[in-house]
Design a protein around this ligand. Structure first.
Ligand code: 13P
Length: 265
């Protein structure tokens, strides 16, 4: 069975390093031991150092040492240059120095509030991949229309995001299909169905097939994000054949995140 990826995007939460540590340690302690599953936590940048310390120095938190290789850190964004005069930005080299392995690029909230467009996202993906970071490349439409216009929109996001990226650089790339209307912070949000996810992921693989050929189309993992919880996660992975989950709200409480992990056992 292919490896599954369960990712928590903490977004701009929690408000203090104390709470961040408590949440992370809670997850490390209560996460069930799972075969063939990688758990990734993506906190705000300012907590990465402390959380990386917990992983790497195996602080005295009971069972953490046992899960040391199982819980990884990711960041919620990254800049497209390795160094230089870019006030406020964080480079791939800095992230790697903290022990970060994964980065989220192209999240819809950064597209909406921080002017991340396809061109910027493409530059970030390129640099992150060159630095051997694993990239969760997020795509997703704002609304789903009957006529299927959203498919065209998705195609554009994917094609533009991949522009001038050589096929050989794609081994660390993941696509996250995260329809904006399904993200829990949006009014009236509800999770997509596993069936729809499956259809959309087949469509995404077709795009990859025409752009990069069969091998890439087959290999790139496709994750689902949007109102995932302990009740619906399994459906996405089994019926929807998702390669993983990107959770927002459910990642902010030890219990709800661990419920997702337990539901997959
Ligand atoms: P929710 O799980 O809260 O819907 O958030 C999804 C998301 O945006 C993860 O990146």
């Amino acid at each position: 069975m292919a490896k599954k990826f369960i990712v928590a995007n903490w977004k701009m939460n929690p408000n203090s390093v104390k709470e961040a540590e408590a949440l992370f340690i809670g997850v490390c302690k209560s996460a069930p031991k799972m075969k063939n599953t990688e758990v990734v936590v993506c906190p705000p940048f300012v907590y990465l150092d402390r959380l990386s310390g917990i992983i790497h120095n195996a602080m005295p938190i009971g069972r953490q040492a046992k899960y040391k290789n199982q819980i990884n850190l990711g960041s919620q964004d990254v800049f497209w240059e390795n160094r230089g005069s870019y006030t406020g930005e964080i480079s791939p080299l800095m992230l790697k120095d903290f022990g970060v392995k994964y980065v989220i690029v192209g999240h819809s909230e950064r597209r909406k509030y921080l002017m991340a467009n396809n061109e910027i996202i493409n530059k970030k993906i390129k640099t992150a991949l060159k630095n051997n970071l694993k990239v969760f490349f997020c795509v997703g439409e704002e609304e789903r229309d009957e006529k299927g216009k959203y498919l065209k929109f998705l195609k554009e996001e994917i094609i533009e995001g991949f522009k001038k990226i050589p096929k050989d650089n794609l081994k660390n790339l993941f696509i996250v299909y995260e329809p904006i209307w399904a993200i829990s912070s949006n009014k009236g949000a509800a999770a997509d169905t596993p069936r729809n996810f499956l259809e959309t992921s087949i469509y995404i693989r077709k795009i990859l097939f025409f752009r990069f050929g069969r091998k890439v189309a087959h290999k790139v993992p496709i994750l689902y994000g949007g109102s995932v919880d302990g009740k619906n996660a399994r459906g996405f992975l089994e019926e929807g054949r998702a390669d993983g989950i990107l959770a927002g709200r459910a990642g902010l409480k030890v219990k709800s995140f661990v419920d997702i992990l337990k539901s997959l056992k």
